[in-house]
Design a protein around this ligand. Structure first.
Ligand code: 13P
Length: 337
């Protein structure tokens, strides 16, 4: 188990966070289509390799979550992608769920699949160099959702996944994401996220998962994107800390937030406020996909050959997130770039 604790520490300590570069081919194709780049395996690799060879990988990125295609790809310097990541001191990780499918008897909700054959897949990912994993459950907020069934089923799957991952010698990231979609209030988000997290920990404990060798990847507490509620970053931080303090056992070493559709700056400012307020035992950091990659992708799409230009943009974003993970970000530093 102590091996798991040191992997966790390596990923989230010293102002480092996680780069979530594990978009499935379908999602990555949507992202590339949006910036008019053809979604080929070569282009997907080129963009990801550009980020993974950036200078900020050394000080700001403790772990990178990969997708099945990428963990098997070879970089231009002949290193495997996990070797490229490890060479900067970061830990290679892998998304192991096989996606969210319609939940039987609750058509509007989803259950994440991927438990069948997972033990064998974990073994091969370990051999490819992965030392941590991700599984994402999704929940929607509406009049009747999330249902007890969705809360229970996703918690059960997350816990069975986490137990298998620890058995294989890797650290599981537990990602129950309450989506921002909808017009719900921040109070609703607080209440539901707390209920979802508590159920996850009930199941994790039942499955004898060692919480000290896990990382939680939750959503921040925000109003729905169609809500008229105006909320300040300080209030988001207050609600988010309240949610963690009341629902997450104190043995959990780290919480790495997803960005979930916030802009790069919102995700940075909110993380910074959360850290300024944090009196819990948890190390609180980022595990961002869009909020680390959006501007870099936009620039790269128009300047595919400009590796250092793309890396400059990524380096700035990673640096801002790292400052926010230490409560040291300011708007002034943000705008100096
Ligand atoms: P976003 O930060 O873009 O929400 O992605 C994080 C992630 O890994 C979602 O599963």
């Amino acid at each position: 188990m102590s091996e798991l604790y040191s992997i966790t520490e390596k990923i989230i300590s010293k102002g480092k966070g996680i780069l979530a570069a594990d978009e499935s081919t379908g999602t990555m194709t949507k992202r590339l289509d949006a910036v008019n780049v053809q979604s080929t395996p070569e282009n997907r690799l080129l963009f990801r390799e550009t980020l993974l060879s950036s200078e900020s990988m050394v000080d700001c990125i403790g772990g990178v979550i990969l997708y099945d295609e990428t963990i098997k790809q070879i970089a231009s310097n002949k290193k495997t992608i996990p070797e490229l990541i490890s060479s900067s001191g970061a830990v290679p990780g892998i998304k192991v769920d096989t996606g969210a499918k319609v939940l039987a008897n609750s058509k509007n909700e989803k259950i994440t699949e991927g438990l069948d054959g997972l033990r064998e897949r974990l073994k091969s990912y370990y051999e490819l160099g992965a030392r941590f994993t991700k599984w994402r459950g999704v929940y929607i907020i509406s009049d009747k959702c999330p249902s007890k069934l969705a809360i229970h089923s996703n918690a059960h799957a997350l816990a069975r996944y986490a137990a298998l991952v620890q058995e294989s010698g890797m650290v599981p990231i537990i990602e129950p994401e309450v989506l921002m979609d909808g017009d719900h209030s921040s109070e609703d988000c607080l209440k539901i996220t707390s209920e979802v997290l508590k159920k996850c920990y009930d199941e994790l404990i039942l499955n004898k998962v060692d919480l000290k060798g896990t990382i939680l990847k939750p959503n921040m507490i925000l109003p729905g994107i169609h809500s008229k509620e105006k909320i300040e970053s300080k209030k988001i931080a207050e609600f988010t800390i309240k949610c963690l303090a009341q629902s997450v056992p104190s043995e959990v070493p780290g919480v790495a937030f997803l960005s979930g559709g916030q802009t790069e700056e919102e995700a940075t400012e909110n993380l910074n406020e959360i850290n300024k307020l944090n009196k819990t035992n948890f190390t609180i950091t980022y595990s961002y996909g869009r909020a680390l990659q959006q501007s870099a992708l936009k620039f790269w799409s128009k300047n595919i050959k400009d590796i250092s230009g793309t890396q400059n943009i990524f380096n700035h974003r990673a640096k801002m997130c790292s400052l926010a993970a230490q409560g040291k970000w300011t708007e002034e530093i943000e705008n100096k770039h």
